[in-house]
Write a protein that binds this ligand. Structure first.
Ligand SMILES: Nc1ncnc2c1ncn2[C@@H]1O[C@H](COP(=O)(O)OP(=O)(O)OP(=O)(O)O)[C@@H](O)[C@H]1O
Ligand SMILES: [Mg+2]
Length: 184
């Protein structure tokens, strides 16, 4: 089972992946994997980040990972891959996300961009365009410790990714934040 562990930067993917790794789960850091497998298509000079050749990356993953073994792919582009059997999206309330990104010492523009993206569900929309809704799960990390989030993920895995009232998509809604921002 190839599982995308995605979400807006700062939602805590790598923190949770570290806990899962310590519990014995296999984690692939997607960006490193893409670099090691020559899937870098160029550089986004504006954003000072590498552009990943997603088609090539899908092919390399298809070749290297079967669907029988459980592997988590940590990265905010993981949900864009068609080779993912399941998608777990970490979500975070925009106000808390801002704090987490400020702690990471990101610049104000980058923080704003990512907080806005989280507020309007950009990653969820991208995931829904590529995967069946029943294969996508969302976890609100706002008030959860990384250990609690890891436990939620292992429960979803142990229940064979059956739909759940709490973690199937459609439960999370940050739209109040947009309304409030427009009022102020
Ligand atoms: N559940 C949580 N509660 C509080 N703080 C958290 C939680 N998860 C992560 N953090 C903190 O938020 C910051 C971002 O976490 P992390 O680097 O794991 O996010 P990420 O999703 O992997 O981001 P990126 O996409 O940039 O790699 C870190 O400072 C981390 O300590
Ligand atoms: Mg990370």
């Amino acid at each position: 089972m190839r599982v995308a562990l995605s979400g807006t930067p700062g939602t805590g993917k790598t923190s949770v992946a570290t806990v899962l790794k310590n519990q014995g789960y296999v984690i692939v850091q997607l960006h490193t994997f893409a670099q090691e497998n020559h899937c870098i298509a160029g550089v986004d000079k504006k954003r000072n980040s590498q552009l990943i050749d997603m088609e090539k990356l899908d092919k390399v993953i298809q070749k290297n990972f079967t669907t029988d073994a459980l592997v988590f792919f940590d990265g905010h582009i993981a949900h864009l891959l068609h080779t993912m059997d399941k998608v777990i999206l970490l979500r975070c309330h925009p106000k808390e996300l801002k704090k987490r990104l400020m702690n990471k010492k990101w610049n104000a523009k980058k923080i704003r961009e990512n907080v806005d993206a989280e507020t309007i569900d950009v990653i969820l929309c991208e995931a829904v365009e590529r995967h069946r809704s029943e294969d996508i799960f969302e976890i609100d990390t706002t008030k959860k410790s990384v250990e609690e989030i890891a436990t939620v993920i292992t429960r979803i895995v142990k229940k064979n990714f059956q739909p759940t009232r709490t973690y199937s998509i459609g439960q999370i809604d940050w739209s109040e934040e947009i309304i409030q921002t427009n009022r102020t």
